[in-house]
Design a protein around this ligand. Structure first.
Ligand SMILES: *Cc1c(COP(=O)(O)O)cnc(C)c1O
Length: 364
């Protein structure tokens, strides 16, 4: 690889496409004919308006976002959305249904409990979140203000694909798409709201994207800080205050890259290929073992373990020496986790699997 870049399997911030990094590098000091860096630009300038509105337009096209939804460029990470969602949407019966599929869902639940009643309709906590619990609409609350799911569980390596979004009988579905936005196709019209922090599939940290159906905005709780109201950001086209200007610019370059790659459908196809290489190896290995049930495996985050803690440590150290970095698993799962977001090339996954094969032979 050029410039001695390693294969970075970090869960986030994570790898970005080299050609996007290089494009940003070229425009770093002087952006086009503006005479300045994007970082030095007024967010009210003509040049910057082109950047932010251009990025919004490309994202709308990539995700096929219907006209009655607003795309918002926010700050505060996915974690701030855990509060923004209930503050803005728990506005009728002060009640919401949540699916508990991991740490991120747990944090979202704890935050929502500050503002209303949370009903946990399904949980996979009993088996360390290694599967997606069955979602039976008959068990959902009839009077919930919304229904909340984490679409890709970054830590445990499970996902809920578009085909498994339950029918909530008109209750708005909220989806945390932080770790699989633009990586697999979702029909946005099934959702009331989706959100994603940028640092896994979209660009540098500091930017959070929310896509909100317009009729759900404007009824936030009275206590909601102005900056946490979706409608304020929508009315001001994400320019109510200074947005994370450089992160938005960079995400725009990533959107252009995804478009050039063939869009979300093409990305999903490549992601399925990459994930299959790793899962096939794990299924055939006598030493390595995947930790997630087959039918719920994430395309983005692949956790796996070796038979002993000693071997896990040995593998992580030897992998690092070979240029496969950040493979250490989350502390609650142990072992390893390979995060293979959009920017991880197929060759990176192939090289990792080849290395794992060698490790298996040497450590039988
Ligand atoms: C990383 C992550 C978050 C938290 O994102 P921050 O931007 O660090 O607040 C929330 N949900 C999921 C699914 C994530 O992967």
């Amino acid at each position: 690889m050029e410039l001695n870049r390693v294969y970075n399997f970090s869960a986030g911030p994570s790898m970005l496409p080299v050609e996007v990094l290089e494009k940003a590098q070229k425009e770093f000091v002087v952006y086009k004919d503006s005479g300045m860096s994007v970082m030095e630009m007024s967010h009210r300038s003509k040049d910057y308006e082109e950047i932010i509105f251009g990025a919004e337009k490309t994202l709308r096209e990539l995700m096929n976002v219907p006209d009655n939804y607003s795309i918002l460029f926010l700050q505060g990470g996915g974690s701030t959305q855990f509060a923004m969602v209930p503050l803005n949407l728990m506005n009728k019966n002060k009640k919401a249904d949540y699916v508990k599929t991991g740490q991120w869902a747990k944090k979202a639940i704890e935050e929502a409990q500050k503002y209303g009643t949370v009903n946990i309709v399904a949980s996979s906590e009993d088996k360390m979140y290694s599967y997606i619990p069955k979602l039976d609409p008959a068990t959902f609350s009839k009077d919930a203000d919304y229904f909340y799911m984490t679409l890709n569980n970054t830590i445990y390596g499970t996902h809920i694909p578009d085909s498994k979004i339950p029918d909530t009988n008109g209750i708005p579905v909220v989806g945390d798409m932080s770790s699989n936005i633009l990586a697999e196709k979702y029909d946005i019209s099934k959702f009331g709201l989706i959100f994603a922090g940028a640092q896994k599939n979209l660009g540098p940290a500091g930017l959070t994207i929310a896509i909100v159906r317009n009729d759900l905005m404007g009824n936030a709780m009275d206590i909601t800080p102005t900056m946490l109201k979706y409608d304020i950001h929508a009315k001001n086209q994400s320019l109510y205050n200074t947005p994370p200007t450089y992160s938005i610019y960079f995400a725009g370059l990533v959107f252009d890259w995804v478009k050039k790659m063939g869009g979300v459908e093409a990305m999903e196809k490549i992601n399925k290929e990459k994930a299959a290489i790793l899962y096939d190896f794990l299924d055939n290995s006598k030493l390595f073992k995947g930790t997630v049930v087959k039918e719920d495996r994430s395309l983005m985050n692949v956790p796996f373990v070796l038979p002993t803690e000693e071997l896990n440590q040995k593998f992580i150290a030897e992998a690092k020496a070979k240029g496969f970095v950040n493979l250490k698993g989350h502390r609650t799962v142990g072992g390893m986790r390979a995060s293979i977001y959009n920017a991880m090339p197929v060759e990176g996954v192939k090289a990792l699997v080849e290395f794992m094969g060698k490790f298996e032979v040497e450590n039988k």
